[in-house]
Design a protein around this ligand. Structure first.
Ligand SMILES: Cc1cc2nc3c(=O)[nH]c(=O)nc-3n(C[C@H](O)[C@H](O)[C@H](O)COP(=O)(O)OP(=O)(O)OC[C@H]3O[C@@H](n4cnc5c(N)ncnc54)[C@H](O)[C@@H]3O)c2cc1C
Length: 444
C-alpha cells in the first residue's frame, strides 16, 4: 500500500503538493476549509464570469509556476503583455516608465531624480554579496537614494505592503523582489483566469486517485512518531502516514493538539492582511497596470488596472480595477463593514480620477484576507522555521517558509516541490509495515 498523506489547505501550495504526491503514487486527501479551492487566488462570479477576488499576474521569471502550468497543459494559455506603471502623488497622476518620465517627475528635485535613475539601475548589483538579511530596508535605501527620496517616494511606495514596519524589514526582501521583476514590464495572465489553473490541478489530482474535500475545515491535528491524525469539523478523523500543512502558522497553532503545539516553531510572526475593492467600470481608468497612490486623500494606497493586462473580454466588456491596502487583521479598517468600505472607496476613486462618474461604475465588491504576508524581522534567514516538525511526520509549507522569495504562486509551487521531495525521501527511508512494498517498488 502506498503511504497515505493528508494535505491541509487547498490554496496553490496545497494543490501543487497534492498534485506532485499523487503523481508519485501516494494516497492523498486534500482538505480545504472553504467551499472553494484556490486560497488567496480564489474567485467569485460576476455576469457568469469567474473573476479573482485579489489581483494576480504571472511574471516571466516564475519558472516553477510555469513548469507546473506546463504539466497541466496550461503554459501556452498564458498571454504576455508589456504593462505600464503610473504613480499618483498628492492627487497628481504621473506616468512612471521611462527616463523621460523620471526627468519630468516633479515630486522629486531634479538632482534626486537623476540619482533615483542611476541607483535604481544599479540596485541589484549594489546588493550582491552583501548580508542584506541583516540590514534594515530603510538604512539601505536611505543611504543609496538619499533622505528626500526615501521619505517622499520609497517609504510610502514599497511600504504599502508592510505599512510602517517596512523600514525594518530586511533589505534582502526588496532585493529579491527586484530580482523577480528584473526591470521587465511584461506580465502574464492565464486565458481562463486563475480558476482554470485551480480546476486543472483539481482534475489532475482526482484523475490520479487523490481525494479533494472542500468545506472541510480541519479542527485538530495530532501527531506521534509514525502517524498523523487529522480531524475535520463534524468529527471525521483521518489517520495518515504523513501530513503537510499549508495553513498560516497562527492558524495551525489553533488546531494543533498540546504536544504538537509545543513542537511547532517558536517564531511569532506578525502578518499583514489585505482589504481590496474591485470596480467593474464602463471605461478605462489610466491604462497603468500598477499605480501606487501617495498622500492623495485615499485609504487605499495602490491601484491595479487589471484589464490593462487582460483586456476586457474576461469581464464581459467591462474594465476591471482593484484598489487595495495591506493592513493588520485587527486594524479598524480591516474590521469595517465591506459595504461601507465599498462606498467610501468608490467616492475616493472618483475624487482621484475626475473624468470618472458614478455612471461609469457598474459594480463594486470588497474582499479581505487576514494572512497575506508575514512581516519578516531582521535576520529572518537564520530564524526561518524548518519545514519539518521534529518528532512528527508533519511538514509545514506556508508563506512564512518562502522568504526571501516574495510570497507568490511561484514561491508556493517551489516550496511544494521541496516539501514533496522531503516527504518522499522520509517515506522511502522509514516506511511503515503497510508501506514496505510501495517503498521497495518506488525506489527502483
Ligand atoms: C491582493 C493580493 C495580490 C496578490 N498578487 C499576486 C500576484 O500578482 N502573483 C502571485 O503569484 N501571487 C500574488 N499574491 C500572492 C499569492 O496569492 C499567495 O502567495 C499564494 O496564493 C499563497 O498560497 P498558499 O497556498 O501558500 O496559501 P493560501 O492561498 O492562503 O491557502 C491556504 C489555504 O488553507 C485553507 N485553510 C486555512 N485553515 C484551514 C483549516 N483549518 N482546514 C483546512 N483548510 C484551511 C485556506 O482556506 C486556504 O485555502 C497575491 C495575494 C494577494 C492577497
Amino acid at each position: 500500500m502506498p503511504p497515505r498523506v493528508v494535505v491541509i489547505g487547498g490554496g496553490v501550495c496545497g494543490l501543487a503538493t497534492a498534485h506532485r504526491l499523487v503523481r508519485e503514487g501516494l494516497a492523498v486527501t486534500l482538505l480545504e476549509a472553504s467551499d472553494q479551492l484556490g486560497g488567496l487566488g480564489t474567485f467569485f462570479s460576476s455576469r457568469d464570469r469567474w473573476v479573482e477576488r485579489f489581483y494576480h499576474c504571472v511574471m516571466p521569471t516564475d519558472a516553477a509556476l510555469l513548469a507546473l502550468l506546463d504539466e497541466v497543459g496550461l503554459k501556452e494559455s498564458v498571454g504576455w503583455r508589456p504593462t505600464r506603471m503610473g504613480m499618483v502623488v498628492d492627487g497628481e497622476h504621473h506616468s512612471f516608465n521611462s527616463a523621460l518620465d523620471l526627468l519630468r517627475f516633479r515630486p522629486l528635485r531634479l538632482a534626486d531624480r537623476v540619482r533615483f535613475g542611476v541607483v535604481s539601475l544599479l540596485l541589484r548589483r549594489l546588493g550582491e554579496g552583501k548580508d542584506l538579511d541583516g540590514v534594515r530596508t530603510e538604512d539601505w535605501l536611505r543611504g543609496l537614494y538619499g533622505d528626500a527620496t526615501w521619505s517622499t517616494l520609497l517609504a510610502p511606495m514599497f511600504g504599502a505592503k508592510f505599512g510602517s514596519a517596512f523600514g525594518d524589514v530586511p533589505a534582502l526582501y526588496l532585493w529579491q523582489r527586484l530580482g523577480r521583476e528584473r526591470n521587465d514590464s511584461v506580465r502574464g495572465y492565464p486565458a481562463g483566469g486563475y480558476k482554470s489553473v485551480i480546476d486543472a490541478l483539481r482534475a489532475s489530482i482526482e484523475a490520479g486517485g487523490g481525494e479533494i474535500r472542500t468545506s472541510a475545515p480541519v479542527r485538530r491535528v495530532e501527531t506521534s512518531l509514525d502517524r498523523v491524525l487529522v480531524t475535520v469539523a463534524g468529527g471525521d478523523t483521518i489517520e495518515a502516514d504523513h501530513a503537510v500543512s499549508t495553513v498560516p502558522l497562527p492558524a495551525l497553532r489553533g488546531i494543533a493538539d498540546e504536544d504538537l503545539a509545543r513542537r511547532l516553531p517558536d517564531v511569532r510572526l506578525r502578518y499583514q492582511g489585505v482589504v481590496n475593492t474591485l470596480f467593474f467600470l464602463r471605461k478605462p481608468l489610466s491604462g497603468h497596470y500598477w499605480a501606487p497612490v501617495l498622500r492623495s486623500g485615499t485609504d487605499f494606497d495602490g491601484i491595479v488596472e487589471m484589464s490593462a493586462l487582460t483586456g476586457t473580454e474576461p469581464y464581459d466588456g467591462r474594465h476591471l480595477v482593484y484598489v487595495m491596502r495591506y493592513t493588520d487583521r485587527e486594524s479598524a479598517l480591516y474590521r469595517e463593514d465591506e459595504a461601507v468600505i465599498s462606498r467610501r472607496w468608490t467616492e475616493q476613486l472618483l475624487n482621484l480620477h475626475k473624468g470618472l462618474t458614478m455612471e461609469d461604475v457598474d459594480e463594486v465588491r470588497t474582499f479581505k484576507a487576514p494572512f497575506v504576508e508575514p512581516v519578516y524581522p531582521l535576520g529572518y534567514l537564520s530564524r526561518r522555521p524548518a519545514v519539518e516538525v521534529p518528532g512528527t511526520r508533519l511538514l509545514l509549507a506556508t508563506t512564512a517558509h518562502v522568504y526571501p522569495n516574495v510570497t507568490s504562486w511561484n514561491s508556493s509551487v517551489e516550496l511544494a516541490g521541496s516539501v514533496t521531495d522531503l516527504l518522499l525521501r522520509d517515506a522511502r527511508r522509514s516506511p511503515t509495515q503497510e508501506n514496505t512494498a510501495w517503498s521497495a517498488d518506488s525506489a527502483r
